[in-house]
Each structure stands twice: as C-alpha cells, then as structure tokens.
Unconditional design. Structure first.
Length: 145
C-alpha cells in the first residue's frame, strides 16, 4: 500500500530539509540541560522529581531554567525548575548557589582562554593578507601592528 502525502510538495521538502537542523538544536539543548543538571548536582543542589500531578502543576508555574530565591525566616533556598529536562525541581542552599555561580564563572574563564588559544595557534597564518578591517584594527605589517 502506498503512503499518502497530505502535505503540499514544497512544504514537505522544507520540513524534510529542516529536520537535521531541528535534531541538532534539540541535541544541543539536551546537552546543555545535562551540563546544567550535572553542575547543579556537583554544587550541592538536590533534585526533587515532579512525580505527582500536584508537583507537576507547581513546577510548571515557575519560570523554566531560571533560579528563584525563596526566603522563609532566616532560611534562604534557591530553586531551579527544569520541566523539559529532568521534569524536576532543584533545591539548594545559599552555599550551593554560590558554588554553582563560581563553577559557571570558572567555566567561562576557561572557555575564553580556550578561544584565545585557538585564535593564535597557527603561526603560519598571514593576517596581513586580509588587509585592514577598520582604522586601527588592521592585521600584519603596515596595518597598525
């Protein structure tokens, strides 16, 4: 039996062409969620699954993938709702939140250093061949360096 195509031919080709891009974006989002989950756990956050209808409804009321601070007397807690990743709520203390922020900052510095190392690792590269990009921003001899 032959398959029935209910999409117009142009729309069908567009959807088919976009599929790899959508899979790539979904994969990147999944990896980012996993990195966040691992970082939160390493910093001392505890995950609480949304395993009841009541918890699921409450989880969906919080801003997704953002920290929310909850203060009850002298007790300060930070919560991080992840309805699309783990379908859970991460709960951590002020110390856990601080540790997570330091991890993010260290990772940012490490990423910047890696980018800088990649920018200048090829000594045979001829920046001057590209000519001046802007006044004072040139590369190579005779271009402001």
């Amino acid at each position: 039996m032959a398959a029935i195509n209910i999409l117009p031919p142009a729309l069908g080709r567009t959807a088919l062409a976009a599929t790899p891009l959508l899979l790539l974006v979904a994969g990147c989002a999944t990896m980012a969620n996993k990195n966040t989950e691992n970082g939160l756990a390493a910093a001392g956050f505890i995950d609480r699954p949304a395993n009841t209808p009541q918890r699921t409804a409450m989880l969906n009321k919080l801003p997704a993938r953002h920290f929310v601070r909850r203060v009850h007397g002298d007790n300060v807690k930070y919560v991080y709702a992840d309805p699309s990743g783990c379908n859970c709520l991460y709960v951590g203390s002020q110390a856990a939140y601080g540790k997570y922020q330091r991890q993010i900052q260290r990772k940012g510095v490490a990423d910047e250093r890696q980018m800088a190392a990649m920018d200048y690792q090829d000594s045979a590269w001829n920046w001057g061949a590209w000519g001046p990009w802007n006044s004072g921003w040139g590369f190579g001899q005779g271009y402001g360096w």
